[in-house]
Design a protein around this ligand. Structure first.
Ligand code: IVH
Length: 681
């Protein structure tokens, strides 16, 4: 019996590691998030009952329970060097001339890769297990950030292959994807916390948190781009080493290319400046490396940077404009945020008219006045922000001092200012003051707060209620028809159709959309409630785990932290939200109208282990929907027929794939037969 449990635990760990690799390294997930969660929670339950079987490299052990007191120093076995920068093709060619001279007559080729905007990290694996993770620091000594790095799911706690070197230091970049960066900054602004100017700062700030549970919530990821100390070299060149690292289970960026000469390398570099917006993470340039290690050794390094490697930095995408006025917005938590109205200007493909100034500390740090000429750029390629003032308004009469409001611009109640000491070391705080200030309206009746909450609830990333946008919400509030999100569900056609500029048809559309939202997926309702720090992804995690609002609202803090991905602070926020008397009434009221759909249990078993090819024209499925149905039922799709194909679903006018299936003796079924199969009849 004990052995059975032990075997099952090992089997589950193995499966989870395989799926982590498929997801993070190969970018080809084979199971749904829910199926993954199921494996994970089975393992967690078995380990909870058999604590003596828990090992540090188990996928359940990524988040250590205790916050760390600080970070120890780590001396790097091999120094972590920096890279020299170039800014144009001529400088890249000059680099190539130095390389050519240094290598004499020898032939050489380059590896060209993306320069990820994140933070350099060194991962030390001993006998295949991750034993330490350190930041670059000054290149010789860094901070031990092992507890935090272990929470990054893209980083394997154990390498996959058996024949790994005894010691393998993997170096690479920890980064925050653009979407996570934008979501984090929106939350921070709302909480009156500091804004991260770029993904690099966000990654660094997240790795310096003292609570690994909070780092886990930051959605960091990782790409390996070189090695440090290695007991047995993996290959003779850089490109080949990275491919080996990939085989060991480490994520390596897929865009790496070999270039036979600098002309080819330059072309690749310049090409990415135009394509970079397609990526879901930010890059700030390219890195060109002489590929072979023996050539690298001949070239050596200056004190700071290797002579075999160079970066090509993209020109910063900035624009010059004028701040015409400054508005103060009240967010859904009551935090006041200054927003600059700009003279419209084109920046990185869009016309920008407004830029958030984040908070009043930032406004003071910039020394910004109305009518100032400023430089703007997009943080994380998405959020327009003022970087610096280049010139105050022409004459004193134009340069207007902006006064921080002491009254809420919406309801005129007293603004409450709270002061917090900034966390982190002095050097991390850069040129910011030691304290941060949050300016807040705390009037629960403030119409701005009510408005923002309802707008958020109805918004695309939440309940996604079509036709219910800011303009209508303003009208409804003004007419006294809604005071909170639940009131949306008591709206009557007769009154809605009486609103200004609202025809009968529009009123019907509005009510129709609201009606439809009553059966939204549960996660949408959870995120729409606006619980502090609970964004879309955490809401999905909570919905998958608890299945109903009632189960979620009754969950204790202890129960919530048991859920993978839910940090203590988040668990606290959730409990506080549902224990608040006003919220209790609000949720009760909502549940009188809304019956959110529980996460669908997927019929995982029917097609488990089957590889299916779909061909021809189908009647009741689109290509996408049949592929989803196959996946939802545990199967895999493939685009070509082989002996390994389990069966082919053939619609009308099927051609060569059907022929091949017949030739290989692969089973062919019709669309109806497939439907019966997944319906289990
Ligand atoms: S190689 C000795 N490759 O850029 C060379 N660095 O500005 C070691 N970076 O500290 C670094 N992407 O944090 C290398 N593909 C890449 C990179 C990369 C991002 C970062 C890294 C380094 C910094 C230098």
């Amino acid at each position: 019996m004990a052995n059975d449990v032990e075997n099952r635990i090992e089997e589950l760990r193995g499966e989870i590691r395989v799926h982590d690799r498929l997801y993070y390294v190969l970018n080809k997930p084979e199971i749904s998030d829910q199926q993954y969660d199921r494996l994970f929670s089975e393992l967690k339950k078995l380990e909870d009952k058999n604590k003596e079987l828990i090992t540090p490299d188990s996928p359940t052990q990524r988040v250590s329970e205790k916050p760390v007191a600080g970070f120890d120093n780590v001396a790097h076995a091999v120094p972590m060097l920096s890279i020299d920068n170039t800014y144009n093709a001529d400088e890249l060619k000059a680099f190539d001339e130095r390389v050519s001279k240094g290598l004499g007559d020898a032939e050489y080729e380059y590896a060209v890769e993306l320069k990820i905007d994140g933070l350099a990290i060194s991962l030390r694996y001993e006998h295949g297990a991750l034993v330490r993770a350190a930041t670059r620091g000054d290149g010789t000594t860094g901070d031990d950030v092992t507890a935090n790095v272990r929470t990054i799911k893209a980083i394997p706690l154990r390498l996959l292959a058996k024949d790994v070197p005894d010691v393998l230091e993997v170096r690479g970049e920890v980064y925050m994807p653009k979407k996570a960066f934008a979501e984090l900054n929106a939350q921070r602004e709302e909480n009156g916390e500091d804004f991260f100017a770029n993904p690099r700062n966000a990654a660094a700030g997240s790795l310096k948190l003292l609570d690994p549970g909070m780092t886990a919530a930051r959605k960091l990821s990782f790409f390996a781009y070189s090695t440090g100390e290695v007991s047995t070299p993996l290959a003779g060149g850089h490109y080949e080493t990275l491919q080996k690292l990939k085989k060991l289970g480490l994520p390596v960026n897929a865009e790496i290319k070999k270039a036979k000469d600098i002309g080819e390398a330059v072309k690749i570099c310049l090409g990415w400046d135009k394509k970079k917006t397609r990526l879901d993470y930010q890059i700030d340039g390219m890195v060109v490396k002489v590929n072979r290690f023996d050539s690298q050794d001949i070239l050596g390094a200056t004190g700071r940077a290797p002579r075999w490697c160079i970066s090509y930095k993209f020109p910063a995408e900035q624009a010059e404009t004028v701040v015409e006025s400054i508005d103060v917005q009240v967010g859904k938590t009551g935090v006041l945020t200054p927003v600059a109205n700009l003279k419209a200007v084109k920046l990185a493909g869009t016309v920008v008219k407004r830029a958030s100034l984040h908070n009043f500390d930032e406004l003071q740090r910039l020394g910004l006045k109305i009518n100032d000429k400023v430089i703007i750029e997009k943080a994380g390629e998405i959020i327009p922000q003022v970087v610096r003032v280049i010139e105050h308004g022409e004459a004193d009469m134009f340069a207007e001092e902006f006064k921080i409001p002491t009254k809420c611009p919406e309801c005129d109640s007293e603004v409450i200012v709270s002061e917090r000491k900034r966390a982190g070391k002095k050097e991390d705080i850069e040129n910011k003051s030691e304290y941060t200030h949050t300016h807040k309206c705390v009037n629960p009746e403030c119409t701005a707060i009510i408005r923002e909450r309802i707008i958020y609830f109805a918004g695309k990333g939440q309940m996604d209620i079509e036709n219910v946008g800011p303009a209508l919400i303003d009208q409804l509030i003004k007419a006294g028809m809604v005071k909170n999100i639940a009131d949306l569900y008591s709206l009557e056609y007769a009154r809605v159709s009486q609103l200004e500029r609202m025809g009968e048809k529009s009123a019907a559309n509005v009510l129709d959309s609201i009606e439809k939202s009553k059966t939204s997926p549960l996660w949408r309702l959870v995120v729409g409630l606006g619980i502090s720090n609970v964004g879309g992804q955490l809401a999905e995690t909570l919905a998958n785990e608890f299945g109903t609002i009632d189960k979620l609202r009754n969950a204790s803090e202890e129960r919530l932290v048991e859920v993978d991905g839910i940090a203590e602070t988040i668990a606290k926020n959730v409990c506080e939200f549902f224990n608040d008397e006003t919220n209790k009434i609000l949720v009760d009221e909502l549940l009188k109208h809304v019956t959110p759909i529980a996460p669908k249990e997927k019929a995982s078993s029917v097609l488990e282990g089957k590889t299916i090819v779909v061909t021809g024209t189908l009647e009741s499925f689109t290509r996408q929907s049949i592929e989803r149905a196959i996946k939802d039922n545990g199967g895999k799709t493939s685009s070509s027929v082989s002996k390994k194909t389990s069966f082919v679903v053939a619609g009308a006018n099927a051609g060569s794939k059907l022929e091949k299936a017949n030739k290989l003796g692969v089973q062919v079924i019709s669309e109806e037969e497939f439907e019966k199969m997944i319906k289990g009849s």
